[in-house]
Design a protein around this ligand. Structure first.
Ligand SMILES: [Fe+2]
Length: 378
């Protein structure tokens, strides 16, 4: 036995050095997590069927491991994936168009049954999205900036059915609310009214062709002209690229749904300059408000995840999707900002207090879903 070991080839003896056990296992674990999560996304969430065409778009900022996992998942369901990777443009939405192979993207995406957008710089609200939505063939999900870790936390480890049930309850509570006001420790104090005829969207509940966001978010467009007060982004804001996680709040003074002033430190200066750089009045208008309710999401600076943090409220500025049944504001781009630990009051009742859903119709299911670390001991 000893003699055999002595004669072992150098490559075999070196093997433990070249392939450290921990690294190999963690790499394998990541790849297994990706495979499981991607199957949940492509199968359970996007409801992909055999024979369907699945377009997966990505760019040079995307997590290639997760892109590949999504394509493999599509194949495993008997679908036909096509992966389209572009150079990440410097802008998002319509402003990205001059930097993209637009006609090729439009052609591929609008003729697909499923479109999973894993781009770093989003195609949402660009001509690619517009034509696909007009064609009414494609089930589209916007997963911009998704990476393997986020996918595991926000999709793989989440009980999607229970989150969607909670979202439907939140939808009902919001639909029944007219006058709203919310404050945050960061300086938000804003009032607005809802139009009962406008939809409140339960994101992630894929049920046919159309535009879907990842579950863990409920959003709507309040009556634009009624939005008055101060909105203090104190979690993150994106775009522009220069911003992300915020050191100091960016305070937006709002009148009639339009930003009339931007206050704060250096980040506020950068944000105001970016909003005004488009020379587009639409970029100063508030487009939507969203609740975050994905128990796996945490503050990372990535808007896809940040806007789903349990109990946050997020405002979008700029282009306004037609799905909101509102004014369909057309703008060069779109930006989202997160307000942390809101206390939201609707017609005299509390829906959220300090970032926790406390409304009687929500409290029990919220407690069952909320991240374990936030549950208070009895
Ligand atoms: Fe938004």
């Amino acid at each position: 036995m000893k003699a055999i070991l002595k004669r072992a080839p150098a490559s075999l003896k070196d093997e433990p050095k070249n392939l450290p056990k921990r690294k190999t296992m963690s790499g394998r674990r990541k790849s297994d997590d990706n495979a499981r999560t991607a199957k949940k996304l492509v199968g359970d969430i996007m409801k992909t069927r055999p024979g369907e065409t699945v377009a997966i778009t990505c760019d040079t900022e995307s997590d290639e491991a997760f892109v590949s996992a999504a394509a493999e998942a599509a194949t495993s369901f008997g679908a036909r994936p096509i992966v389209i990777r572009v150079n990440a443009p410097p802008h998002v939405g319509r402003a990205a168009e001059p930097y993209l192979p637009l006609d090729s993207l439009v052609g591929a995406v609008r003729e697909s049954d499923v479109w999973i957008e894993l781009n770093g710089k989003w195609l949402l609200y660009s001509k690619v999205w517009e034509e696909a939505m007009q064609r009414k063939r494609t089930r589209y999900m916007c997963l911009v900036g998704m990476n393997s870790d986020m996918a595991r936390r926000c999709i793989g480890e989440v009980d999607v059915g229970r989150v969607l049930d909670f979202q439907r309850k939140l939808q009902e509570v919001t639909k029944a609310s007219k006058h709203m006001r919310y404050t945050t420790p960061g300086g938000t104090d804003v009032r607005f009214e809802n139009d009962a005829k406008r939809p409140v969207l339960v994101e992630g509940d894929v049920s046919g062709p159309g535009e879907y966001m990842l579950f863990g978010q409920v959003d709507w467009a309040p009556l634009e002209e009624s939005i008055e007060g101060t909105i203090a982004f104190d979690g993150s804001v994106n775009p522009p690229d220069e911003l992300g996680l915020l050191r100091r709040p960016i305070k937006l003074d709002v009148k009639g749904g339009r930003v009339v002033g931007v206050r704060g430190g250096h980040e506020a200066v950068v944000y105001e300059k970016w909003l005004k750089s488009f020379n587009d009045e639409g970029m100063l208008k508030l487009a939507h408000l969203s609740y975050g309710c994905n128990p796996g999401a945490k503050l990372t600076g990535n808007v896809l995840e940040d806007e789903r943090i349990w109990g946050v409220l997020e405002w979008g500025l700029g282009n306004q999707s037609g799905t909101f049944g509102a004014k369909e504001i057309v703008a060069s781009s779109h930006s989202d900002g997160i307000t942390l630990k809101p206390t939201l009051e609707a017609d005299g009742s509390l829906i959220i207090r300090d970032g926790e859903f406390v409304h009687p119709a929500l409290a029990d299911s919220a407690r069952a879903l909320m991240p374990a670390k936030r549950k208070k001991p009895k």
